[in-house]
Design a protein. Structure first.
Length: 226
């Protein structure tokens, strides 16, 4: 009997490890090791639910776009573009608190989710990011700049779609301030599709709820490079 119990425990441990690994793969961006768009969707929904349960709860988001990534790819090759994205990912992750999240939600787009942070905390973080990017910033010889937009719950929106719209508009306004020739992109927040619709993934990939096998993981995915 003891041998059978030991064998069953070992089998269950292997299954839990396998499930956790699969969950990690499904929610992690392979290029940057950041959380991906699917995980961002889950966490934003969780933040909204928490805010509706807890009166006075606040959270913020920061939308970041890498400027002229196509130019980096064209001039230096796609390997240089990939290196630039990895560099930006590491750069952004360094300045976050342990429970903040840094996600890559599109080819050149990143989203920071800041739990329990209002407009001032969000503005302070963005100021730190901008100060660091004013220093010489390059990856494999390519100068990197970014455009940034922010939104805070509940002062600037009470739904994911509205908050993303506010952050998106702010990001494009930031881009145009530095490059007046950049095409304007202004739409009402209500016209914005959900994050999942803006960055669709192949069909047939299921999403587990946050009480799945990786529910206890920290706010940052593991970094294979250490």
């Amino acid at each position: 009997m003891l041998a059978k119990l030991t064998e069953e425990n070992a089998r269950l441990k292997c299954q839990i490890t396998a499930d956790s690994t699969l969950w990690q793969i499904a929610h992690q961006d392979p290029l940057t090791t950041l959380w991906n768009r699917r995980y961002a969707d889950l966490r934003l929904a969780e933040e909204i639910s928490r805010a509706r349960r807890e009166g006075g709860y606040r959270f913020s988001m920061v939308l970041i776009d890498v400027d002229d990534l196509k130019r980096v790819n064209d001039q230096n090759g796609h390997a240089a573009g990939d290196e630039a994205l990895r560099w930006v990912a590491a750069f952004l992750r360094e300045g976050l608190r342990g429970h903040d999240l840094c996600c890559r939600i599109g080819g050149d787009e990143f989203l920071l989710i800041l739990p329990a942070s209002g407009e001032q905390e969000c503005a302070d973080l963005v100021a730190r990011i901008r100060r660091r990017f004013r220093d010489p910033a390059s990856a494999n010889g390519a100068t990197i700049t970014v455009s940034i937009g922010t939104a805070s719950f509940p002062t600037q929106g009470t739904t994911v779609e509205t908050l993303l719209g506010v952050a998106d508009d702010g990001m494009y306004a930031d881009k145009r301030r530095r490059d007046p020739a950049h095409p304007a992109r202004v739409r009402r927040p209500s016209d914005r599709p959900p994050l999942a619709a803006r960055h669709p993934e192949p069909s047939g990939t299921g999403v587990e709820p946050l009480d799945g096998p990786m529910a206890a993981i920290s706010g940052r995915p593991p970094n294979p490079a250490g």
